[in-house]
Ligand binder design. Structure first.
Ligand code: GN1
Ligand code: MG
Length: 376
């Protein structure tokens, strides 16, 4: 996907922006979409800032259905915030429509654009600088799940089918290895073995779901730390962003993916594997924050699988990075040829550390439940 913005004038004519354009900027956070900010000034001096995104239609093959999901969920969240006396400008995302009223605009080159309000007076974090940040992120994602608990799940389209279905992810991975489209599988023999040795793990949660032992919920499915906006004054997580993958899923996907990213003592793509480990301190902070917000609504089985889900989601993400390396880097944006291989090694190092620390993680979950008086 071309990541330059060469059609500002066209976009200016396409969306219902207010004011005169002052500047545009690019944000480099995500691995999938291209994201920009557009700032406008009204005659009375008021600044209006918007988040303009080009959706990656290789990844999101049903962009209209995706935007329907987003419209439904953002309206629902807005009503919740209004009913609770919150600030809808800062505590929820809303879609700025195109001039034809649609929640997106398709440009002359068939590129798919959409626009949101920009959350002001807030920041995102690329790493966990202290446990308070991670505790606050956990509360934000826990609240998000709690608020959407009664959202009509059947109205959501599964825009990426089987997104966190680890059985189907494992099958995709084996296919990538067999097809070896990039010819690079030989460079990753040890990593491929690492995944193949953990096939059994991949079916644990899916088997429980199919047996009715875990409930299907409305989930975010991309709970990276940088998908929470933190208030500049209070550091509270005021708004959960990046709603592209809001779909039916397991609460454990959201919990586990947060741990994968935020409880790693190193960056997602750290090359020096000696820096990679699971921070039990961060795991404890997140678990406490998450359970304090969503714990009452979780079932016993969900709580019992929290620690395991952290390992599983890390394995899944590593498997996806490695599969993409072998497929020739067609899915995730990369900055250099081995980037996906480096990313998968980081994930697998973290999986191995979680395997060593699984008992300690289980104990932390039990201790948090005790502290919060959650009895299941
Ligand atoms: C992608 O673009 P970003 O960083 O929000 C990916 C997630 C992965 C993540 C790994 C739609 O999310 O599933 O966990 O990269 N999003 C999609 O960093 O595949
Ligand atoms: Mg995302």
């Amino acid at each position: 996907m071309d990541n330059t913005i060469n059609n500002v004038a066209e976009l200016l004519g396409a969306f219902q922006f207010e004011g005169t354009l002052e500047n545009t900027d690019q944000l480099h956070d995500g691995h999938i979409n291209n994201t920009y900010t557009f700032s406008f000034r009204e005659e009375n001096g008021k600044l209006n800032k918007y988040l303009v995104q080009e959706l990656n239609t290789y990844v999101f093959k049903q962009p209209e259905a995706l935007m329907e999901n987003v419209m439904g969920v953002t309206k629902y969240m807005r009503e919740y915030v209004l009913a609770n006396g919150g600030d809808v400008e800062r505590e929820c995302l809303y879609v700025i429509p195109a001039k034809d009223g649609k929640p997106y605009y398709i440009d002359g080159e068939n590129r798919f654009w959409r626009c949101y309000n920009f959350i002001s007076g807030a920041h995102s974090c690329q790493s966990v600088e202290n446990t308070e940040v991670f505790f606050n992120a956990a509360k934000a994602f826990g609240n998000f799940q709690r608020i959407l608990a009664d959202y009509p799940i059947e109205s959501l389209t599964e825009t990426i089918p089987n997104f966190h279905n680890t059985v189907s992810r494992f099958a995709d991975f084996k296919k990538a290895v067999a097809d070896n489209l990039s010819g690079r599988a030989a460079e990753a023999e040890a990593e491929i073995e690492f995944v193949l040795a953990r096939e059994k793990d991949c079916s644990v949660l899916i088997d429980m779901l199919n047996a009715g032992e875990l409930p299907l919920r409305v989930t975010h499915n991309d709970t990276k730390l940088n998908n929470v906006m933190f208030d500049n004054e209070t550091n509270e997580g005021i708004c959960v962003v990046d709603l592209d993958t809001v779909m039916p899923g397991l609460s454990l996907y959201d919990f586990g993916d947060s741990i994968r990213f935020g409880a790693n003592t190193a960056a997602e793509d750290e090359k020096d594997l000696s820096k990679v480990s699971l921070s039990l301190e961060n795991f404890a902070a997140y678990t406490l924050g998450y359970l304090s917000a969503a714990g009452e609504s979780l079932t016993k089985n969900e709580i019992e699988q929290l620690a395991f889900s952290s390992k599983l989601m890390t394995l899944e993400c590593g498997m996806r990075f490695l599969g993409d390396f072998i497929n020739g880097d067609v899915y995730f944006k990369t900055e250099y040829p081995e980037h996906n291989l480096v990313r998968c090694r980081t994930q697998f190092e973290l999986v191995a550390d979680m395997e060593r620390k699984m008992d300690a993680m289980q104990k932390i979950v039990a201790d948090c439940c005790k502290e919060l008086g959650i009895e299941k």
